[in-house]
Design a protein around this ligand. Structure first.
Ligand code: ATP
Ligand code: MG
Length: 291
């Protein structure tokens, strides 16, 4: 099933410095499938967050269509958007937890909002289940306040809250931003496991290439026109998309340039662990890495 369909989305903003409208997104079309992690990548300022806000209904595009879970939500259809919003979870960049509420209440919040009739005991059971899904022990964590959590724990609690309503789709905005590499890897694994375990779709926006390659089933590279490249378009376009292997073997100039930073690394074909090319066997599963 195609879970997200974006067709010909364009968006311009008024640039107050240049005193004119500037095209940010130029005719972007993309899809994300059920049971897959789709990763959107692109350089800073190319419009990833703008696209993210359009996807979750928090920004209005100038033209184009967005369908989520087979319902058209843009051009704006408030009824569909409200219905679809119950079926997707969002993990914001900094977890976006309510600092005045403990962990348990943060996770219970969306449940209470959509199902206020539920008994508190049932909600407690649901909260415990969500914490376990992100590998946090409920008894240890549900009474903690957000300010006392580490960066990785905050992300997990944010993810538990995104899972609260049993979503069919999760949007992630820069899930590994601000985390050290080891914690980033555990979040990557969690994203991958949730897709497998729950059979949902995930759309991840990131500019961290090693994370992207570790989690993606499909990758989409966005490219912004910049004067020195003499591109004959304005704004950001979808430059190339495909499986991680397609993109790693791509000959298209910008893909090669964009992934250049990644050229010292490879992904184990057996377990997808990311490591430097210098190793002949995978450090994690021990399988030989040569062809
Ligand atoms: N509300 C707004 N008003 C004016 N310009 C905006 C607005 N929102 C975004 N922009 C501009 O649109 C462009 C894309 O911004 P966006 O935040 O989507 O980029 P990004 O790809 O998420 O970048 P980063 O990787 O740095 O987070 C930027 O030039 C930004 O200044
Ligand atoms: Mg951004």
């Amino acid at each position: 099933m195609t879970t997200v369909v974006l067709k010909n989305i364009s968006k311009s903003f008024f640039n107050s410095k240049l005193k004119k409208m500037e095209i940010v997104l130029n005719n972007i079309s993309l899809t994300a499938q059920h049971g897959e992690v789709t990763v959107l990548m692109g350089q800073s300022g190319c419009g990833k967050s703008t696209l993210f806000r359009i996807l979750i209904g928090e920004e209005i595009a100038d033209s184009g269509c967005v369908s989520i879970l087979e319902k058209e939500v843009f051009p704006l259809n408030k009824k569909n958007l409200q219905e679809v919003k119950k079926k997707f979870g969002i993990l914001f960049q900094y977890g976006a937890l309510f600092n005045s509420m403990n962990v348990g209440d943060n996770i219970a919040f969306p449940i209470l909002e959509h199902q206020p009739q539920l008994h508190r005991d049932i909600i407690d059971i649901m909260v415990d289940t969500k914490l376990r899904q992100v590998s946090l022990e409920p008894e240890k964590f549900k009474h903690k306040m957000p300010a006392t959590l580490s960066g990785g724990e905050r992300k997990r609690v944010g993810l538990a809250r995104a899972l609260a309503l049993d979503p069919q789709l999760i949007f992630y905005d820069e899930p590994s931003a601000g985390l050290d590499p080891i914690v980033s890897r555990t979040i990557d694994k969690l994203i991958k496991n949730l897709v497998k375990m729950l059979g949902i779709a995930s759309v991840v926006i990131t500019h961290e290439l090693d994370s992207a390659f570790a989690i993606a089933d499909r990758m989409i590279i966005l490219k912004r026109a910049v004067p020195e490249h003499n591109d004959d378009w304005d704004g950001t376009i979808v430059y190339e998309e495909g499986t991680p292997d397609d993109l790693r073997n791509s000959q298209k100039p910008y893909t090669v340039e964009f992934l250049g930073e990644f050229s010292n690394f490879e992904i184990c074909k057996n377990c997808r662990f990311v490591q430097q090319k210098q190793f002949t066997t995978c450090e994690k599963c021990g399988k030989p890495q040569s062809e």
